[in-house]
Design a protein around this ligand. Structure first.
Ligand code: ADP
Ligand code: 5GP
Length: 213
């Protein structure tokens, strides 16, 4: 069972590094491991119809093959991560996949997106998403899924970056996450990358259009 962090229970405005809710645009993307979230996030960051800034998460897990500190994640030691958590530097942070690995969204990353006039794009798990919604009810939440469960298992295996034990744990988490899909404002099926990316862009353009009306 994952733990709720102490900072996740406190309001961001009650801490030293506050991120005020006013005018913040946050889009949260979640979905089971292997559904293609990271691939979609990179595509979204590269398009220019909607200004989306990827909030780089912090984690205590080790980098995979090509991953770089400050680009894919801030790779932190557990001590450093917990120190920052205790200093209320996170919007949300959790142990994900019950693996003793911590992941969290830094307030400074949401602020960075806001300062540059874009949406903060968070690719986080369902616990994190629910925490963000509790703090920022206006956040746009999107659940990404594959057309079938078999499909994401195949993608996860094809990616070849996890051991069988880790894959099994992620499949278990995925089943729990799929049960939460209805809590998201939108669900997008990533059967085709171009189509899924375009659908998300359209959702956000629609939200922007409504808020400018
Ligand atoms: P996640 O971030 O959700 O764990 P990734 O973005 O790492 O997933 O994608 C998992 C694998 O699936 C990668 O090898 C990626 O290239 C592949 N993939 C992503 N989207 C699609 C798609 N629409 N069709 C086929 N393969 C895809
Ligand atoms: P991975 O180890 O495959 O990069 O990510 C594993 C899981 O951690 C994914 O479900 C991803 O969405 C989630 N995750 C990544 N960053 C964060 C974060 O900042 N907060 C939370 N709560 N989950 C995250």
């Amino acid at each position: 069972m994952s733990k709720l962090s102490s900072s996740a229970t406190s309001s961001p405005s009650s801490s030293g590094h506050s991120v005020g809710a006013k005018g913040l645009r946050i889009v949260v993307l979640s979905g089971p491991s292997g559904t293609g979230k990271s691939t979609i996030v990179n595509r979204l960051a590269a398009q220019n119809e909607v200004k989306l800034i990827k909030a780089i998460s912090a984690t205590t897990r080790a980098p995979r093959n090509q991953e770089r500190h400050g680009e894919d994640y801030y790779f932190l030691s557990k001590e450093e991560f917990l120190r920052r958590r205790d200093a209320h530097e996170f919007v949300e942070c959790f142990e994900v996949h019950g693996s003793d690995k911590w992941y969290g969204t830094l307030k400074s990353e949401v602020q960075r997106a806001h300062d540059s006039g874009g949406w903060a794009m968070l690719e986080i798990d369902v616990q994190g998403a629910m925490q963000v919604l509790a703090l920022y009810p206006e956040a746009v939440t999107i659940f990404i899924r594959t057309a079938s469960e078999v499909e994401f298992e195949q993608r996860l295996r094809a990616r070849g970056t996890e051991s069988e034990e880790v894959i099994q744990r992620r499949l278990q988490t995925a089943r729990r996450e799929l049960e939460m899909a209805d809590r998201y404002r939108y669900q997008v099926i990533n059967d085709d990358l171009d189509r899924a990316t375009a659908e998300i862009v359209q959702i956000l353009k629609g939200v922007e259009g409504n808020s400018n009306a």
